[in-house]
Design a protein around this ligand. Structure first.
Ligand SMILES: CCCCCCCCC/C=C/C(=O)SCCNC(=O)CCNC(=O)[C@H](O)C(C)(C)COP(=O)(O)OP(=O)(O)OC[C@H]1O[C@@H](n2cnc3c(N)ncnc32)[C@H](O)[C@@H]1OP(=O)(O)O
Ligand SMILES: Cc1cc2nc3c(=O)[nH]c(=O)nc-3n(C[C@H](O)[C@H](O)[C@H](O)COP(=O)(O)OP(=O)(O)OC[C@H]3O[C@@H](n4cnc5c(N)ncnc54)[C@H](O)[C@@H]3O)c2cc1C
Length: 581
């Protein structure tokens, strides 16, 4: 917090700095500095902002974002917490009517936060208007005691991020002023009448913002993991590459290069996509403040697509890096286990990935159908019905590979849409038919998202300002990324006829050459991420490469090493040894 103040960084931008990496196992303020700060910035009206933002900036108010309930996470429309307007007192009455309506999970809610943005079903004049955000004080601002009518606590240990006190929260007819409803987009007036927003999903804006921030953070986490595993692979010598010769650095093994280099490339692919979605988000935010919501659906879909892909890629990449370090990757001091546990949650939170991919698929199918009917579709999906440009680029050039992605994705959407129609004819119910096609629909979304990420990687590398040597390394990395993902998805390319078996063999051959070509760049590339040792927090990945010394020094810190004979010997082991059991 002191660093943020020193550098004049507004609270809501803290999450896209490295400030949170300092505490590797999560921290209780992360939702305060990210979602809470953003909800105030984007959902509160100017008067409300004047009232709460300065207090939040000074950390007098520490907030969280309380949406998920123990019985409802994905399906936001199904939330049960109610906020019923009482025109007599001009207050909302917040209530948790059932066990399933208990708020569950919000970060920092357990012990840290004294306020929350609560998503609750808004009722006024006897009518329900769906989930809306409310500013709710939970604890006394001086004593920190929870207020009467507010029941809260911490939910217990989790797979990771245990330094963050995820909490639960219930309301017992708890009253808040009318003016605590966040009223930038929709309002309840004094007489109880409801003023609707210009787009009915604007109250979901904080989720969209956070999905974009998550893409950035996934790139950083993966960059940490590849830094650790690559440096370690340059220090570690094992086995014989040629019988009788000295043990080589494990980075010399092609299989090790295959484990690491595509994930180094992935850091750039995710980062460049994140920057592109962030730019779009800033444009959309500016348009919304002028009353234009035209591009909101496109932003929603791209943020869903990139959040899903980047969380999946970084989680898998971190696990591959851990495995690439052999036994030492399993030790906590390597830093890799906590990187994994603090990243795998991004697959689930802020929209479970399958659910987000189905949102993307819904958009793809709708856009495909609109395109066929000659209706306007948004830029990122025009390719679904636009004529193919496959033959315009030299065979197997980068452009040709991007075109192959585009055509394969369009082909898969077309095929899945036909399947959906056939299923609809059988079921006579769109929703059942949709469910019957949902595995294929997720594949459509994944391929489209991968195409977008590949395209962003390539277009950024082509336009980036860099020296020829740096550009050439980035071009090789980008090429490796494209080929790697084509080989992983080869079925789609063969099915669409965009690449032949011979093409795939040629590309595979090139991939193996690229691994060897990029091997000398591996350490400089991860050094260029420029993580301080304190941020990496790894015995395996420190800049000086003193892996064994650090492992040994770290072992000395184990509490069990404080005494030669542990208490457990006297209490359990010695009696056992003497017991003839
Ligand atoms: C340091 C690191 C960082 C900081 C890290 C910070 C730590 C974070 C900690 C974690 C915090 C949390 O998890 S907070 C809780 C997060 N929870 C979630 O993300 C819940 C996920 N669920 C949802 O978002 C929704 O329920 C969703 C699945 C989209 C379905 O919503 P609905 O049922 O209301 O909508 P649907 O019927 O499916 O769709 C209706 C239409 O609305 C559109 N639509 C749906 N959502 C939209 C949206 N947000 N914006 C625009 N449009 C939207 C759809 O595209 C459809 O368009 P048409 O097709 O045109 O009709
Ligand atoms: C570490 C962590 C921190 C969190 N922090 C917060 C926070 O600060 N604030 C907050 O409000 N929430 C928070 N959450 C909650 C989080 O947002 C939800 O867990 C998430 O949205 C998923 O919802 P769920 O748990 O209900 O899963 P579910 O929706 O029950 O998902 C379970 C399974 O059902 C499937 N499924 C669900 N719906 C569909 C569908 N329509 N079609 C196909 N399959 C479906 C999913 O794919 C998944 O496989 C946090 C969660 C975690 C793990």
């Amino acid at each position: 917090m002191r660093k943020l103040a020193e550098h004049n960084i507004p609270l809501r931008e803290a999450s896209i700095t490295q400030v949170h990496s300092v505490l590797r196992d999560g921290n209780p303020l992360i939702v305060h500095t990210s979602m809470f700060a953003n909800a105030l910035a984007s959902l509160a009206n100017p008067k409300q902002q004047q009232q709460w933002v300065p207090l939040a900036e000074k950390n007098r108010i520490i907030g969280t974002y309380a949406q998920t309930e123990i019985g409802h996470g994905t399906f936001v429309r199904g939330l049960e917490t109610t906020a019923i307007f009482d025109p007599e007192t001009k207050e909302f009455v917040l209530h948790s009517p059932t066990i399933t309506s208990t708020k569950w999970w919000p970060g920092g809610l357990g012990k840290t936060a004294n306020a929350a943005i609560v998503m609750a079903q808004l009722y006024t004049q006897g009518k329900c208007y769906g989930p809306h955000p409310f500013f709710v004080q939970l604890r006394d601002f001086d004593t920190h005691h929870s207020l009467p009518g507010v029941i809260l606590g911490e939910i217990g240990p989790r797979l990771g991020i245990n330094s963050q006190d995820n909490g639960y929260l219930r309301f017992d007819h708890y009253r808040i002023p009318r003016t605590n409803m966040l009223m930038r987009h929709s309002q309840v007036l004094e007489d109880g009448s409801y003023v609707k927003p210009i787009h009915n999903k604007l109250s979901y804006g904080t989720m969209v913002w956070t999905r974009v921030a998550i893409v950035h953070s996934c790139s950083k986490k993966l960059a940490c993991a590849v830094t650790i595993a690559t440096r370690y692979s340059a220090v570690r010598h094992q086995s014989e590459l040629v019988p009788g010769k000295p043990e080589p650095q494990i980075l010399e093994y092609q299989t090790q290069q295959y484990k690491l280099l595509p994930h180094i490339a992935s850091v750039f692919a995710i980062l460049f996509s994140a920057s592109s979605v962030l730019r779009m988000q800033r444009n959309v935010a500016a348009s919304i403040s002028k009353g234009n919501v035209e591009l909101l659906p496109e932003l929603h879909i791209l943020s869903c697509a990139m959040k899903a892909l980047s969380s999946q890629d970084s989680t898998q990449g971190i696990e591959t890096c851990r495995l690439a370090c052999g036994g030492h990757g399993y030790i906590a001091s390597s830093g890799l286990p906590s990187l994994y546990t603090s990243t795998t949650c991004t697959i689930t939170y802020e929209g479970e990935n399958t659910v987000l991919l189905l949102q993307v698929a819904r958009y793809l199918i709708k856009s495909y159908r609109a395109g066929l009917e000659g209706l306007p579709v948004l830029p990122s999906v025009m390719y679904l019905t636009a004529p193919s440009a496959m033959h315009q680029s030299p065979p197997l050039s980068n452009q040709a590979l991007i075109e192959a992605f585009r055509i394969s994705s369009a082909n898969l959407v077309k095929e899945t849409e036909s399947r959906l129609c056939r299923q609809f004819n059988l079921e006579q119910n769109f929703h059942y038919a949709w469910n019957r096609c949902s595995v294929a629909l997720v594949h459509c979304a994944e391929l489209h998202s991968r195409y977008y990420m590949c395209e962003k990687f390539l277009s950024t590398v082509e336009s980036i300002r860099a020296s020829d040597r740096v550009r050439s390394v980035l071009q090789d990395l980008c090429r490796l990324y494209l080929i790697h993902h084509i080989t992983l998805n080869q079925g789609h390319f063969l099915r669409s006829g965009t690449l032949s078996g011979v093409d795939l063999s040629t590309l595979e051959e090139e991939m193996y050459e690229l691994l060897a070509k990029l091997r000398p760049q591996a350490v400089p590339l991860v050094d260029a991420f420029d993580f301080r040792d304190e941020l990496l927090g790894s015995t395996l990945g420190a800049w000086d490469g003193r892996v064994y010394e650090r492992l040994y020094e770290e072992a000395q810190k184990s509490p069990l090493n404080k005494t030669d004979v542990s208490k457990a010997y006297h209490k359990y082991l010695q009696p056992l040894m003497k017991s003839n059991l």
